[in-house]
Design a protein around this ligand. Structure first.
Ligand SMILES: NC(=O)c1ccc[n+]([C@@H]2O[C@H](COP(=O)([O-])OP(=O)(O)OC[C@H]3O[C@@H](n4cnc5c(N)ncnc54)[C@H](OP(=O)(O)O)[C@@H]3O)[C@@H](O)[C@H]2O)c1
Length: 285
C-alpha cells in the first residue's frame, strides 16, 4: 500500500522532506507548522492527519516530546506509524504512542537540509539512519526507497554514538575549514581565495574517501612520515596553542592510518615523538 505522509514541523527538515517526498510521488497529506504560511497548515492539527499512515515529526529536539504528546491527544489513523527526524534523541513520548498502537522510530537523514530543491537532489544519494519498532523501520525503509536514499540501521542502544559519529563527520570538517581559513587569512591571503582554495581541497579529499579507505586516501606529512614538515608546522602554529593542540591530536590519529598504508615505522615513530614534544592539553593521551 502506498504510504500517506503527514509532516509535523515546517522548518528546514520538514519542508525539505515534504518537498522531496512529493517529487518522489509519495502522497503528502499535510505539512503542519506553528506559524501561518501559504503552503502549510498551522494552529489546530488538521483532519488530514487522521488519513496519514505515517506521521513524520520534524521539530527541534527540545520540542520533540511535546509534539509527540500533542499527537497522542490527536486523531491518528489506527496503527499509523510515528517517525521523528532527530538523530540524537530517544523521546520518551514514543512509548505513549506505542501503548496506543502506533509503532515509532527514527527517520534521520544524514544530510544537512536547508534548501528544499537542493535537498531533493541530495537525498537521492543520501543515507537515512533508522531505528525503532519493526513496523517503523519498515515504514522508514519504504520512505527512503521512494526518495532513492539508502538506509543505515542504528544498532539498539547506540544512538548517541551514531549521532556523535554524524557530528564528527559533518560538523567538524566545517570547523576545521574555518580554522584553516583563519590561518591563511591571518597570513595575508585574501579571504575569498582562502575559502575557495580550501573548500576545493576539502571537496577533493571527501571525493577521494568515496573511492578509497581512509588509510589509502590519507595524504600529507604524517602519511609520508615527513618529520621535518611536521616540526615546521608545529613551529608555525606555536603562537596559536589551541590550533597546535588540534593539529597534534589529529596528526596522532593519522599515525595508525599511515602505518596501515605501509609508511616506514621508524619515520612514523619520529613523527610521533615530534608530536609529543611540548604537547598542549588537546594532544594529551
Ligand atoms: N536541518 C537539518 O539539516 C536536519 C537534518 C537531519 C535531521 N534534522 C532533524 O530535524 C528536526 C528539525 O530540525 P530543523 O533543522 O528542521 O529545525 P527548524 O528549522 O528549527 O524547524 C523546526 C520547526 O518545527 C516547528 N515546530 C516546533 N514545535 C512544533 C509543533 N508542536 N507543531 C508544529 N511545528 C512545530 C518550528 O516552529 P517555530 O519556528 O515556530 O519554532 C520550526 O518551524 C530536528 O530533530 C533535527 O535534528 C535536521
Amino acid at each position: 500500500m502506498t504510504p500517506r505522509l503527514f509532516v509535523l514541523g515546517a522548518g528546514r527538515a520538514g519542508r525539505a522532506l515534504a518537498h522531496a517526498m512529493r517529487v518522489a510521488n509519495v502522497p503528502v497529506v499535510g505539512l503542519h507548522g506553528r506559524r501561518p504560511a501559504v503552503d502549510t497548515t498551522s494552529g489546530e492539527l488538521p483532519p488530514s492527519l487522521a488519513t496519514a499512515t505515517i506521521v513524520l515529526v520534524t521539530v527541534r529536539d527540545a520540542e520533540l516530546n511535546s509534539a509527540l504528546l500533542e499527537l497522542a491527544h490527536a486523531r491518528l489513523a489506527p496503527g499509523a506509524v510515528v517517525l521523528h527526524a532527530s538523530g540524537g534523541m530517544e523521546p520518551a513520548a514514543l512509548d505513549t504512542l506505542r501503548a496506543m498502537g502506533h509503532p515509532g522510530g527514527t527517520f534521520h537523514p544524514l544530510l544537512p537540509l536547508t534548501d528544499p530543491t537542493r535537498a531533493t537532489q541530495q537525498l537521492r544519494s543520501a543515507w537515512i539512519g533508522v531505528d525503532g519498532d519493526d513496523a517503523a523501520r519498515a515504514a522508514s525503509r519504504e520512505l527512503a526507497a521512494a526518495l532513492g536514499a539508502r538506509v543505515l540501521e542504528i544498532p539498539t542502544g547506540a544512538k548517541a554514538r551514531y549521532h556523535a559519529a554524524a557530528v564528527i563527520a559533518s560538523n567538524f570538517p566545517v570547523v576545521l575549514l574555518s580554522l584553516a581559513s583563519r590561518l591563511l587569512t591571518a597570513s595575508g591571503v585574501d579571504a575569498d581565495a582562502a575559502r575557495g582554495a580550501l573548500t576545493t581541497l576539502l571537496g577533493a579529499a571527501a571525493e577521494n574517501l568515496r573511492a578509497h579507505e581512509p588509510s589509502a586516501a590519507l595524504t600529507g606529512p604524517v602519511g609520508r612520515g615527513d618529520v621535518d614538515t611536521v616540526r615546521a608546522h608545529l613551529a608555525a602554529l606555536a603562537e596559536s596553542p589551541e590550533l597546535a593542540g588540534i593539529y597534534r591530536a589529529l596528526s596522532r590519529e593519522a599515525l595508525p592510518l599511515a602505518a596501515a598504508a605501509g609508511a616506514d615505522p621508524v619515520r612514523l615513530e619520529l613523527v610521533r615523538r615530534a608530536l609529543d614534544e611540548g604537547r598542549g592539553p588537546l594532544s594529551a593521551s
